[in-house]
Design a protein around this ligand. Structure first.
Ligand code: ATP
Length: 257
């Protein structure tokens, strides 16, 4: 299997804190790849470096062998990387459909301004955009809630809406930051099925998750961060047996994932 995303020696520092130290990893096409580690290990910093929110100080990300312009977040999206956030970031006062359409508009040719100007081409594009947004809501299982305001949705449905928004940019790599946070066991199991389906439909998945059962049941391979360094990378069963990983989760008085 060839690699879709390669991280080479990624460093990220916040003031005196080294959040990421020389992190290298390679995610294969079609894989569900887990990124785990104790609280504060650097998982979200890795996502933020990848998606250009906090570009790396050193190192490079390669997508299909070409360097990602992490200093330009929109260009990273355009290259085919989409993400969700640990702290849900929806337009709270827009409904579910509008949230997906807003993400989709950034992706369409006409753009928001020509839609507002109401040209014929833009009206056709607007119709297509609405249909696509409904299809995405249906795909994640919440089209019945299309007209509901984002902030009125249950936590689990907000997380599904975030995934629909991310998929609206037609990514090749979907990066999910703790998608099961706040979900009950039934919702988590359903989320696992959705992630499997996303992969089956050709999207590679990078997953940060604290729910160990979900990670171990879902991921093809898992990397473990501790204090900003990668300490293990293997299939889930091997990672669970890895002594350095066990020590990281037990050590330091930090909250284990
Ligand atoms: N924007 C920032 N400014 C300053 N420090 C930051 C910033 N982002 C992350 N950090 C610090 O970098 C370290 C790694 O944090 P990060 O959020 O990446 O860890 P994490 O593994 O995602 O943790 P958690 O599981 O708790 O979400 C932490 O010490 C955190 O305080």
């Amino acid at each position: 299997m060839t690699s879709l995303l390669e991280a080479r020696a990624i460093d990220k520092r916040f003031g005196g804190l080294q959040a990421l130290s020389g992190v290298s990893l390679s995610i294969r096409k079609g894989e569900i790849y887990g990124l785990i580690g104790p609280n504060g290990a650097g998982k979200t910093s890795f996502f933020n470096a990848l998606t250009g929110i906090h570009p790396p100080d050193a190192g490079v990300f390669l997508l299909d062998g070409a360097a990602l312009p992490t200093e330009r977040p929109q260009a990273v999206v355009a290259r085919g990387i989409a993400r969700t956030f640990q702290n849900i970031r929806l337009f709270r006062e827009l409904n579910a459909l509008e949230n997906v359409m807003a993400a989709r508009h950034r992706h369409t040719r006409a753009g928001l301004w020509s839609v507002l100007a109401g040209t014929r081409a833009s009206r056709a594009e607007e119709r297509a955009c609405t249909e696509k947004a409904h299809a995405l809501l249906d795909y994640v299982g919440i089209d019945r809630l299309a007209g509901s305001l984002a902030h009125s949705l249950s936590y689990g449905d907000q997380r599904r809406l975030e995934i629909a928004r991310a998929l609206a940019t037609a990514p090749r790599l979907l990066a999910l930051d703790e998608p099961a946070a706040g979900m009950n066991a039934t919702e988590t199991a359903a989320l696992g099925e959705l992630i499997r389906r996303i992969r089956a439909d050709g999207v590679t998945v990078l997953l940060i998750e604290h729910d160990v059962n979900l990670v171990m049941g879902l991921c093809d391979r898992v990397a473990v961060l501790d204090f900003g360094r990668k300490i293990a990378e293997d299939v889930p069963a091997a990672v669970q047996r890895d002594q350095a990983v066990i020590d990281a989760y037990l050590g330091g008085g930090r909250h284990a994932a």
